[in-house]
Design a protein around this ligand. Structure first.
Ligand code: COA
Ligand code: AMP
Length: 630
């Protein structure tokens, strides 16, 4: 079957297509149908089935005779350590942790926050929640305490599972003080915390509230898998929106398992027993879908990598991991490749390794620029596949379906829509645009299994954020076009979300921090083009009258404040002071125009601009700090 056949089969009978895909998942009670549209536009999938994610990711492989195969490989160049965990060991470890959580009162439907670095215990914590039908919410370790507090208050967890520390090159990330500060700041208090003590740092536990990962499990009964409905929330993952309040993307269990399993085989070309490596973090959607659940559902081996593309210890690390663990499919972000290319332009470090196991490289998280794609193709001689998706969708919207067939690659395009996604490019009035014309990229409803049915406790926000601009469609927030062959091109965001080193960040959230500074009258944060990270945030500050001589101090203060309130991941390192900001006559700040000026791009003078002269002032101020980059 070709991609065309499979896409057409889905289009002509989506119900049959997804019921067939559901047949590859173990159900305690099989669903009677795929789509449940009685609450449209809140569509659900496989709602009347009974299923358990942990059973499908772990136990069933042990039953099928894969118990001795490695499920997880932890490779940590930061701690110079390596560890393998078989499916049988994983089953025992997860059942034990789940039993201990249950003994402390965690039940189906309870939320559990997980705040952990790239250690296998993070996956075990996710799987233990899944085993009980508890809803996990993993928080990325690069977020600061106030961001963790916002998530605690939004999802009201019964428990928090954290590690004592994370390890960044040259720096220990002290998780425990961040956790304590977040719990202090939050209105909701968890019943208890479980702390995984790492040998690099033993955290001080709070008597009665905190339990150590190991002792907590002594003497408990291991827990069995609890059947949950197909539409039971599997997890909540917060992602950046336009405001400081992150969006809690909900993932339902049944559709999640069906879609991930389908994608592992048909997109990434992975079968049971093969090795898949996504070099991301469990705190992001890539970590949920393709470090934890996807590979394990398939009975493959997943790699938990605690390191960076460069500096741990050198730009050959990707080669070493691929060779030593016989990785078949490798997934990373273009920014990681750019980091390697910058330090090792001729790929000398990687040349030392045998990469014969490697069959494809997948790139996502940001637009894959053709230079980066060509550089990898030239050096690794395997298909390099850009693919496009979002936290909201949980699995690729558009890709080159390597597991079915490798279509001709068009540089700059993440290729074609996957079954389930009817992708349209719309004008402002919501009419489909002719091929080759740039517009808003939208997906006709219903979205396929595995995508978000709503936002956590925020149906109305879900409707407003995604469904109202183009009735009958899901608004992706990306702009792009389809070409005459049906290939998609994703060019930019249509909102104020920026993408820094493959991390999705809210400029609105950073502006909230800047404007809280007592000397700041007005501010804007924009994503300026960056040759390594794609974009980096830059603050523009207008100071209150009489504060002008404080400019140097205020610039330093806001950099520190963003790090303290949002976290190091915001990578907010630069703010400049300007006399005024460019605005429309109705007072809207012209952020997109400033982004173009900072990137040295042409732009059309906005018809509604209040005073065009401001743009020259902004250009000069940006030039003074090196924008556009040469
Ligand atoms: N916990 C705590 N801090 C973290 C962190 C984590 N899990 N991840 C990143 N940070 C910190 C970094 O240490 C850095 O701190 P610093 O300001 O003290 O140096 C800051 O957040 C910014 O990190 P980052 O933007 O990642 O920059 P970097 O210079 O450390 O690394 C790259 C640059 C390109 C090597 C790195 O960003 C990378 O590997 N990116 C790939 C991203 C990716 O896989 N994304 C997933 C989508 S597929
Ligand atoms: P996240 O939710 O963090 O996965 O970020 C999703 C956003 O990242 C998308 O809406 C895009 O703006 C951007 N993105 C992800 N992958 C790609 C890609 N392959 N090409 C272009 N943009 C991408």
């Amino acid at each position: 079957m070709t991609y065309q056949d499979i896409y057409a089969a889905w289009k002509s009978d989506p119900e049959a297509f997804w019921m067939q895909a559901a047949g590859e998942i173990d159900w305690f009670r099989a669903p009677t149908k795929a789509l449940f549209d009685d609450r449209a536009p809140f569509y659900e999938w496989f709602s009347d089935g009974l299923v358990n994610a942990c059973w499908n990711a772990v136990d069933r492989h042990v039953e099928a005779g894969r118990g001795e195969q490695l499920a997880i490989i932890h490779d940590s160049p930061i701690t110079h350590s390596y560890r393998g965990i078989t499916y049988r060991e994983l089953q025992a470890r997860v059942a034990s942790l789940a039993g201990a959580l249950r003994a402390r009162g965690v039940e189906k439907g309870d939320r559990v926050i997980i705040y952990m670095p790239m250690v296998p215990e993070a996956l075990e914590a996710m799987l233990a929640c899944s085993r009980l039908g508890a809803i996990h919410s993993v928080v990325f370790g690069g977020f600061a305490a106030p961001e963790l507090a916002v998530r605690i208050d939004d999802c009201a967890p019964r428990a928090i599972i954290a590690a004592s520390c994370g390890l960044e090159p040259g720096r220990v990330v002290h998780y425990k003080p961040l956790l304590d500060a977040a719990i202090d700041a939050a209105a909701h208090k968890p019943d208890f915390c479980v702390i995984f003590q790492r040998e690099q740092e033993v955290a001080k536990l709070i008597e009665g509230r905190d339990f150590a990962w190991h002792t907590f499990q002594y003497g408990v009964e291991p827990a069995e898998c609890v059947p949950v409905e197909g539409n039971h929330p599997h997890y909540v993952l917060y992602t950046s929106g336009t405001t400081g309040q992150p969006k809690g993307v909900v993932r339902h269990t049944g559709g999640h398992l069906v879609a991930l399993n389908w994608s592992m085989k048909n997109i990434y070309g992975i079968d049971a027993g093969e090795v898949f490596w996504a070099a991301s973090d469990v705190g992001w959607v890539v970590g949920h879908s393709y470090i934890c659940y996807g590979p394990l559902l398939r009975g493959a081996t997943t790699i938990v990598f605690e390191g960076k593309p460069v500096g741990t210890p050198d730009p050959g690390i990707f080669g070493r991991i691929i060779q030593n663990h016989r990785v078949k499919t490798f997934f990373t972000a273009p920014t990681a490749i750019r980091a390697v290319k910058r330090e090792d332009p001729d790929c000398e470090y990687i040349r030392d390794y045998s990469l014969k196991s490697l069959k494809a490289v997948f790139l996502a998280g940001e637009r894959a620029d053709p230079d980066t794609v060509q550089w990898v193709e030239g050096h690794l001689k395997v298909p390099v596949i850009d693919h496009w998706w979002q936290t909201e969708t949980g699995w690729p919207i558009a890709a080159n379906p390597f597991g079915i067939e490798t279509l001709p690659v068009k540089h700059g395009s993440p290729s074609v829509p996957m079954p389930g996604y009817d992708v349209q490019v719309l004008d402002e009035a919501g009419h489909p645009l002719p091929r080759g014309t740039l517009g808003a990229v939208a997906i006709r409803l219903p979205l396929p299994p595995g995508t978000l049915p709503t936002l956590w406790n925020a149906d109305e926000r879900f409707r407003r954020a995604y469904l109202t601009t183009f009735p009958g469609y899901y608004e992706t927030g990306d702009a792009g076009m389809l070409d005459e062959d049906g290939y998609l091109y994703i060019m930019a965001r249509t909102d104020d979300v920026i993408n820094v080193a493959g991390h999705r960040l809210s400029t609105g959230a950073m502006e909230e921090v800047l404007s809280a500074h007592p000397a700041v009258a007005e501010c804007a944060v924009i994503g300026v083009a960056d040759s390594l990270k794609g974009q980096t945030p830059l603050g523009l500050l207008v100071l209150k009258k009489g504060m002008e001589d404080q400019a140097g101090q205020v610039r330093k203060d806001v950099v520190r404040l963003v790090r303290e309130r949002i976290g190091p991941v915001a990578a907010f390192k630069e703010a400049i002071v300007v006399d005024r900001l460019p605005k429309t006559r109705s007072g809207k700040i012209l952020r997109a125009t400033m982004v173009r000026i900072a990137g040295g791009e042409d732009f059309k003078m906005p018809a509604t601009i209040e005073d065009p002269a401001v743009l020259d002032e902004i250009r000069q101020a940006l030039q003074a700090v090196g924008h556009p980059q040469p």
